[in-house]
Design a protein around this ligand. Structure first.
Ligand code: NAD
Length: 493
């Protein structure tokens, strides 16, 4: 289906441009605004109200005022609001997909995939809302009783990145709503439009005023700073880069906030000689090229057993070279632009340094000339083990390939990173799968699978990739706190 300029304009006109505070869309207190751009053309898509510190505090006031009654709402009611929001997103799937393509750049087919993935968090947590069990037991001494109930943490600050505009919001808002928390959502200023439309959808699904407040802003710390200093806030959940996450952890210490941190990654992709190489290349394409490589789970280092490295690299480079760069709205496009000029230049600097250090570009290796921030899908071979590109998060369509000779060496190279989010393992040997997975210092392992994100699974990292989990039954636990009631021996009265 061809996307016409009229269709784009009509969709953009339907997105609220204000701040959502206490159920109402309003302008920023100082009248300030910021522009959102299309990374494929550099053109302005929309102009949004830019929240100030005063607006941030008004949003927290609303969240705090709504907290007590929202916590008492029947879990079934909270679940049904989420379920209605899930249904509404299915009805408007094409709008959400196109909006993400416009503001973030990913091809429409991928954006549709994110609508499915992102909305599943609403369906999953609509089901989890009614399954947040407590427990009742007798103490080991056999007299007193232990009653444990789960309670909502309280008002939360949710900060999301630009790369998955819908899923990063639903992965936080879904469990917070299910658990009975109120919240202030601060989307990334590069891609806030999807969150604006999502928030409008949550309100249409019946979310009471004040439960979800949205403060898009050009000043991230101008929002997080004052809110995190206010003792009424009880939790911060952040997805973004490790340096910003570390700063927020320090800020969170002042009021001893609960924190969930989904930070950067440097995923190894291990290919053993016994693997099905065609399947491994298929998995490599998915693990590398989802979101043009702009994913925390993106395979960042390809570690291939020496005896199959040349074969794997040739097939992989062929598949990468066949991809078609283009604006995400074009049917033929399989690779969109990177998010901005800085991101493209950072990717190119890593590639250039690797080539200077001895790597060889088997395919790609340069930005595309012309409009937009496009970078050619690139495969690098013979990358030295100490190259910067193997240590940094590339966040672009570039795949450095290195080799190993033994299982021990593969594990040692894979773990040689301060990050520990996703990892991938291709082998036909199930014993090896268990043995290697157990030794990988990563929160997630894809076994013969290049995409592992799922609403029902606990997503998250170890080491400097973060704290806490999103999705699964772990996801809602991040928004609840256990309260223990000690009950005196009922026979002693
Ligand atoms: P970023 O850290 O620059 O920004 C993330 C969010 O934090 C944005 O909303 C931004 O406005 C806000 N922010 C920036 N500086 C801030 C400050 N000083 N105080 C408060 N808020 C601030 O990250 P990004 O560029 O938007 O996203 C890319 C990064 O996110 C990558 O490192 C990627 O790995 C990571 N990421 C992690 C996951 C995960 O689940 N682990 C998922 C997606 C992205």
């Amino acid at each position: 289906m061809t996307i016409t300029p009229e269709r784009e304009a009509e969709l953009l006109a339907s997105v609220p441009t204000g701040l959502l505070i206490n159920g109402e869309w309003r302008d920023a207190s100082d009248g300030g605004t910021f522009d959102v751009h299309d990374p494929a053309t550099g053109k302005v898509l929309a102009t949004l109200a830019s929240a100030t510190s005063d607006d941030a505090m008004a949003a927290l006031d609303a969240a705090d005022a709504a907290q007590a009654s929202w916590a008492r709402t029947a879990p079934r009611e909270r679940g049904e609001i989420l379920r209605r929001a899930f249904d509404l997103i299915q009805e408007r799937a094409e709008d959400f997909a196109l909006l993400m393509t416009l503001e973030m750049g990913k091809p429409l087919a991928e954006a549709r995939g994110e609508v499915t993935y992102g909305s599943e968090f609403l369906r999953w947590f609509s089901e989890e809302a009614v399954r947040d069990y407590g427990r009742y037991l007798t103490t080991p001494e056999g007299k007193n009783k232990i009653l444990v109930q789960r309670k909502p943490v309280g008002p939360c600050l949710l900060i999301t990145p630009w790369n998955f505009p819908l899923a990063m919001a639903t992965r936080k808002v879904g469990p917070a709503v299910a658990a009975g928390c109120t919240m202030v959502l601060k989307p990334a200023k590069l891609t806030p439009l999807t969150s604006q439309l999502f928030a409008a959808t949550m309100m249409e699904a019946g979310l009471p005023a004040g439960v979800l407040n949205v403060t898009s802003s050009k000043s991230a710390s101008g929002i997080s700073g004052p809110i995190m200093q206010d003792p009424r806030l009880r939790k911060v959940s952040f997805t973004g880069s490790t340096p910003v996450g570390k700063q927020l952890l320090k800020d969170a210490a002042d009021n001893v906030l609960r924190t969930s941190m989904e930070l950067g990654g440097n995923a190894p992709f291990l290919v053993f000689a016994d693997a099905d190489l065609d399947k491994a290349v298929e998995g490599a394409m998915a693990a590398k090229m989802r979101n043009m490589g702009e994913a925390c789970t993106a395979a960042n280092r390809f570690l291939v057993e020496k005896s199959v490295a040349a074969d794997f690299t040739a097939k992989f480079a062929q598949a990468m070279g066949d991809l078609k760069l283009g604006r995400g709205t074009e049917d033929s496009s399989t690779v969109g632009p990177l998010i901005d000029g800085g991101a493209r230049d950072d990717v190119h600097a890593l590639v250039t340094a690797a080539i200077e250090a001895g790597a060889e570009a088997v395919t790609g290796g340069a930005p595309r000339e012309g409009d937009g921030y496009f970078y050619q899908p690139t495969v690098l071979s013979n990358v030295p083990n100490d190259a910067e590109i193997l240590r940094s998060e590339i966040f672009g369509p570039v795949a450095p390939v290195t080799t190993f000779e033994t299982e021990e060496e593969a594990i040692q190279l894979a773990n040689a990173s301060e990050y520990g989010l996703a990892s991938y393992l291709y082998t036909a040997d199930y014993n090896r799968m268990f043995r290697v997975s157990e030794q990988l210092e990563f929160g997630m392992v894809g076994f013969n699978a290049g995409v592992i994100s799922n609403a029902a699974a606990p997503f998250g990292g170890v080491k400097q990739s973060g704290l806490g989990r999103e999705g699964g039954s772990e996801g809602i636990a991040e928004y609840t706190t256990a309260q223990y009631i000690g009950i005196a021996d009922p026979y002693a009265v």
